[in-house]
Write a protein that binds this ligand. Structure first.
Ligand code: CDP
Ligand code: MG
Length: 678
């Protein structure tokens, strides 16, 4: 070995030095304000260094002495992992050491962790075990402007915790100017008619970081686009052939659109050779694995222009360098819950003006940029100023379950930034009652309600899982819970291999529906496949996703064991069809068990092959990725419902018997639904 190795002598400068970030000028004043105020609100352009630098400033200033840690919350899992990786790199440690992250089912922290990035939902969950969040010296609520339901609840919770822990420091960071609202929230005291102004100065302070932004040309369409995905693709190709250097960021609304666009751009590229530069299309959305997400941050190869098709994740939560062109479709997918139908659907709606400005701003970070809005200027004028906070348009059942478990009995009196509509609240309480999580006094039941709150799965799955022992199918349901909780695609295929993937999928198909199919896949993976990637490769399965499902299953199992519920694995092996002692098959028990949790998501197939919900007022379609797509059934339950375009799709569907609904949810179906239907 040579004693002089060039590669190891010179360390390449990976990043722009942190001293050049706008936040560095504010370091001392920020630390002073944090020292002297309970709450510091930091407002600054995306990219000014809030997320990556503030935790490091605090660490260097001694806020992590005596084993205390700094927590930085993010509304999204993706953001929590990507920023943690970045900070670990800047700090010069392995991820999980001094800098770590923790998201649902993935805890990459250790006893040495001092800066911890986590989702806001997970921090709320931590409060179940440690109500005063006593391990944290500072909690930074990042991306507060997104106003996710968990951010809002967390802020209310922190306001309460501050009364008991005056030494705790809270930082609220926000990309857009909503500082006043946060300031008012933390300084207003409901018991006093007139807030004490001197006290107000003590409690909270606002810092505004001026960020450097280059001018951005905004371009509109003259006539509205009929199909914004097609228009986005053609705009990208136009930019590529006509505009100068610089990467492109395209805002679309969801995974299907993004996968389609990435595929189409790749196909078109094959047709248009002779270009001096190539185009590299990349997807960015929450369902991607961490590795897949990291590709968008890599520098493109020489003579290659990156084009990233993203959901609004790239709007403020993650920053991708080198973007000069932004293409904005003008829409965003939001969860909107209809308390009348009980449908919690992902709906595509126009963005707000604040979002449009934020999206455009992604283009001007390194040099002057351009933003192509795929709508007319007149439509822009009609956009709402800001988005409606999630808490006012979501199914509140999961969060109310958490709040109850935190001892907040009177949810109506909780300090909300914006109170949710009472109809949403009432519906959530009703629903939790029908699941057995709340009693008739709206108190959390023991043990069911408490356990449902503690399990890191949605309430309906929590109920299913906690009933599984009595149905004699705990091992199987545990697997189903893991397989439906795993982020990322289970099926994997290369370009042009879709048919092959579909035939692979048919090998595992169970006629009872998707849940049993998932069970078959998992069991084949852990037994026949010996958890090996070769097996996955041969069967078009995503090895990483499958490995994660194994880990999630183990975590859920440990949680159940913590409740004193033992999982007998010997019965869990097999294809789910052996006879039970009472003559019913294992598969039937699993379907019954699923009904006991998902009864509210039931539907009946119509002669034309579509489904109708129980109330009979909504037409539902089996999602093309479902095994039940184009198959016959009578009654079914499903796990998820989403609206795309003008159709409402249901996913993860299993056949059931109509009378099971009455058997497992008599109250729900007798009291709140028309009788004749059932
Ligand atoms: O939080 P804020 O938007 O104010 O900025 P930040 O996320 O701390 O980003 C500061 C700088 O780090 C920017 O120049 C980003 O481009 C860069 N960064 C990055 O390159 N990769 C990441 N995963 C995160 C940040
Ligand atoms: Mg940030």
């Amino acid at each position: 070995m040579a004693d002089f190795d060039l590669d190891s002598t010179f360390i390449p400068a990976l990043h722009k030095p942190a001293e050049l970030l706008p936040i560095s000028k504010h370091r001392e004043s920020l630390l002073y304000l944090i020292e002297n105020h309970s709450v510091t609100i930091v407002v600054g352009q995306t990219g000014s260094g809030k997320t990556t630098q503030i935790p490091q400033f605090l660490d260097a200033a001694g806020w992590t002495a005596e084993g205390k840690i700094i927590g930085v919350t993010q509304p999204r899992r993706v953001a929590a992992t990507t920023v943690a990786l970045r900070v670990a790199e800047e700090f010069g440690c392995e991820i999980g050491k001094e800098v770590g992250y923790s998201i649902r089912f993935e805890d990459v922290t250790s006893s040495t962790t001092r800066m911890k990035f986590l989702t806001d939902g997970l921090l709320i969950r931590e409060a179940l075990a440690d109500p005063l969040l006593s391990r944290y010296s500072v909690i930074m609520v990042d991306e507060a402007h997104e106003r996710s339901v968990s951010t809002d609840i967390l802020l209310g919770l922190l306001k309460k915790i501050l009364k008991r822990r005056p030494e705790l420091r809270i930082i609220i960071s926000s990309a857009t100017l909503q500082a006043e609202e946060f300031l008012r929230f933390f300084t207003a005291s409901p018991s006093e008619a007139k807030p004490d102004t001197s006290d107000k100065e003590q409690t909270a302070a606002v810092v505004s970081l001026e960020g450097r932004v280059f001018p951005i040309d905004i371009l509109y369409l003259e006539t509205p686009a009929e199909d914004y995905v097609a228009r986005a693709i053609s705009t990208v190709l136009d930019i590529h052939t006509r505009e100068g250097d610089g990467d492109i960021l395209v805002f679309l609304t969801g995974r299907e659109e993004i996968d389609y666009a990435v595929q189409t751009v790749s196909d078109r590229l094959l047709e248009m050779d002779g270009q001096k530069q190539t185009l590299q299309p990349l997807p960015m959305y929450a369902g991607l694995s961490t590795e897949q997400q990291m590709y968008v941050f890599d520098k493109p190869a020489e003579n290659t222009r990156k084009v990233i098709f993203s959901t609004n994740i790239a709007e403020a939560s993650v920053t991708i360098d080198g973007i000069v062109f932004v293409v904005d479709c003008g829409f965003v997918k939001i969860r909107a819950y209809n308390p009348k139908t009980g449908i919690d659907a992902l709906t595509t709606v126009p963005t707000s003006k604040a979002s449009a400005t934020q999206r455009a701003g992604r283009a001007g970070r390194t040099k002057p940029g351009k933003c192509f809005r795929l709508y007319t200027e007149a439509s822009y004028e009609q956009l709402p100023e800001v988005n409606i906070p999630e808490i006012q348009r979501t199914n509140l059942a999961p969060i109310i379950l958490q709040m109850k478990a935190l001892g907040i009995d009177n949810v109506a009196r909780f300090p909300f930034l914006n109170a949710p509509p009472s109809e949403l609240m009432a519906r959530a309480l009703e629903w939790l009652y029908s699941l057995g999580a709340l009693d008739e006094y709206a108190k959390l039941t023991r043990p069911l309600g408490y356990r449902m709150a503690e399990l890191a799965v949605e309430p309906m799955m929590g109920k299913t899982l906690l009933s599984a022992e009595s149905f004699g199918c705990l091992g199987e349901v545990l697997t189903i819970a893991a397989m439906t909780s795993v982020a990322g695609n289970i099926w994997f295929y290369h370009d042009g291999e879709k048919k092959r993937m579909e035939s692979s999928r048919r090998k595992f198909a169970a006629e009872e529906g998707d849940h049993l199919t998932l069970l078959n896949v998992y069991q084949a993976f852990v037994t026949a496949g010996k958890k090996e990637s070769k097996f996955c490769h041969e069967n078009n399965l995503n090895f990483k996703t499958m490995t994660r499902a194994v880990s999630i299953r183990a975590q859920l199992k440990r949680h159940l064991e913590g409740f004193g519920i033992t999982v007998n694995e010997s019965v869990a092996v097999g294809r789910g069809h052996q006879q039970q002692r009472d003559g019913s098959s294992k598969a039937e028990q699993i379907r019954r068990c699923l009904t006991s949790g998902y009864f509210a998501y039931a539907a009946k197939m119509q002669p034309d092959g579509t489904y109708k919900n129980v109330a009979g007022d909504t037409t539902l379609h089996a999602h093309p990725t479902s095994l039940m797509f184009n198959r016959k059934a009578d009654w079914v339950i499903f796990r998820e419902i989403l609206e795309t375009g003008d159709k409402i799709y249901i996913r993860d569907i299993t056949k059931i018997e109509k009378n099971w609904l009455l058997e497992y949810a008599p109250e729900f179906y007798k009291v709140t639904k028309p009788r004749e239907e059932i």
